[in-house]
Every structure is written in C-alpha cells, then in structure tokens.
Design a protein around this ligand. Structure first.
Ligand SMILES: Nc1ncnc2c1ncn2[C@@H]1O[C@H](COP(=O)(O)OP(=O)(O)OP(=O)(O)O)[C@@H](O)[C@H]1O
Length: 273
C-alpha cells in the first residue's frame, strides 16, 4: 500500500496513467457512486426551510427546467445536510449529480465530492485568468452534459471570474446562451465566513472580486436557511455569531471583537494555559 509501481523497476520507463485513462477512471467513479441508506434517509429529516429548498430544486430537476440557485445560510444552518439529501435523491434514481466545492476540505464532506478546480479542469494563468480545459468531444464533457444536478459549496471563497468561466464552459458544452447552460446548479456558501484571497488585497477587494459583484449574482434564485441546526440548544451563541457575521457586534477601542467569556474554554497544555 502507498507504493508507486515505478519504485520496483519492473518496466523501463516511468509508468504513468494517460490523461484519457485518468479521465475514464474519474467518469466511472462518478457514474457508479453508491448511495448509502443513511444518505437516503436524510431527506426525511430536513427541517421546514431545508424541505422548501429541496422541493424547489427537485421540482426543477424533475421538470427538466433550468435552475441556478444560491443556498444562503449562516454556518450551521444545514447547507451541507441539504446538498447531501439532494445528491442522494438524484443519484438513487440513477442520474448523475456532481458534488463540488471550492476547497478540498469542503469537497471531502460531500459524498463523491471533488474540488471545482479539479472537476471542471479550471486552470489559472499567471495573469489570474481562468479557463476550463475540457474539449466538447471528451467523455468528461458528456458527463457534465448528462448531470442532472451540480452542487458547488463554499462559492463565497471563489473568485467571481471562476464562476463566470464555469458559466461559459456550460454554455459552450450545451450550445446555449442560457445561464449555466440551463443546468440545475446549486451554489452555497456564507459570505459572513472566510472570503476569497486577493494577493495584496484590502477588505473591499475581497468583496469586489466575489460572486456578489458578478452580473450572475442577481440572476441566482436565493434559497434561505436560517435555523442553526448545529447550535440549536444554544440560542445565545447563535445570536452572538449572527451579530459578528452581520457586522453588528460592537468593536473594542482597538477595533477588535471581544468574544464573550461564556464562549471561551480554557485548555491546559502540559499543565500550562
Ligand atoms: N435537518 C437536520 N436534522 C438533523 N441534523 C441536522 C439537520 N440539518 C443539519 N443538521 C446537523 O447540523 C450540523 C450543521 O449542519 P451543516 O454542516 O449541514 O451546516 P452548514 O450550513 O453546512 O455549516 P457550515 O457553513 O459551517 O459548513 C451538522 O451536524 C448536521 O448534521
């Protein structure tokens, strides 16, 4: 386990899977994702807001109509829970649902999740221009065309140019001018949390480079989640979190936010604080 075939010197040249082989393997994986019983049961546990969002999205998929959504919910309101329920429903019917996220960590908690960079072959050149390296005839293009649902989590940490490039990719692959090629695309994220990175940028640059300042933003259908499922039993914590996220928490004289003592835990390391 964990060894490379080239280490054994069995063949003369380095053994490297070709691009086509790698792509074939990825497509096989996407088309054969097994939905567990646990994932299938998630839809029965959705709260009222999650259920409403779920119904709107599933209805759009079932009626073969376009849908570009943004699931807007502060941390802990169950965005990931909702995506998992959607992915399980679509996949259990034998359809393709692509699960992506901007970061690897967020992608890893979605079943079959991949980073959007990797799934849509998005590359960045030295001038920070984005492009998608997928040919129209490739099997990856077929997979994307076949997908009934595309989920992209943590879109709040992606540059708007990246989403605009993704829009152009789908329009090109599907030969249409409809937003995201007429696919059902579900974006999610929380602009109160960490934003994207702009080299040497200031606070306003992060916001201007985000999806919020793209022409696409007003065209997304917003689905609101507000019930904090992670800290259901701690309303004071939820309120404090929302005040901080919405910029309503008063600042100290040093322009900092004071974390309430009730939210702090003391951790002893080797007997020291
Ligand atoms: N309907 C639900 N029933 C039971 N538990 C739920 C439900 N929705 C969410 N949860 C639980 O609440 C917690 C937070 O949910 P989740 O991780 O989906 O939130 P999130 O909005 O994606 O958060 P973040 O923005 O921090 O990633 C998780 O432990 C999840 O399992």
């Amino acid at each position: 386990m964990g060894h490379n075939i080239n280490e054994y010197k069995l063949i003369a040249e380095n053994f490297k899977a070709s691009k086509a082989t790698k792509e074939g393997r990825e497509i096989f994986f996407e088309r054969n994702i097994i939905v567990t019983e646990e994932e299938l049961l998630l839809r029965q546990k959705l709260n009222h807001e999650q259920q409403m969002a779920y119904n709107v999205i599933i209805d759009r998929i079932s009626s073969n109509r376009p849908g570009a959504f943004f699931v807007d919910g502060p941390g802990g309101t169950g965005k990931t829970f909702l995506y998992r329920a959607l992915l399980a429903t679509v996949r259990s019917k034998g359809f393709i649902a692509l699960a992506t996220a901007t970061s690897g960590v967020a992608a890893s908690i979605l079943p079959g999740g991949r980073t959007a960079h990797s799934r849509f072959k998005i590359s960045i050149d030295i001038d920070e221009n984005f492009s998608c390296n997928i040919s129209k005839q490739s099997s990856l293009a077929c997979l994307i065309r076949d997908a009934k649902l595309i989920v992209w989590d943590e879109v709040s940490t992606a540059k708007k140019k990246m989403i605009e490039t993704f829009d152009l990719l789908l329009k090109d692959l599907l030969n249409t001018n409809v937003l995201f090629g007429g696919k059902v695309v579900v974006f999610g994220g929380d602009f109160r949390q960490t934003l994207l990175v702009v080299r040497n940028g200031k606070r306003e640059d992060f916001i201007h480079e985000s999806l919020l300042y793209s022409d696409i933003w007003p065209r997304l259908e917003k689905l609101q989640l507000s019930e904090n499922m992670r800290a259901k039993t701690d309303p004071a914590f939820c309120e404090s979190l929302m005040r901080i996220g919405n910029g309503k928490e008063p600042l100290t004289s040093e322009n900092k936010i004071e974390i309430p003592k009730s939210l702090l835990s003391l951790i002893l390391l080797n007997g020291n604080l």
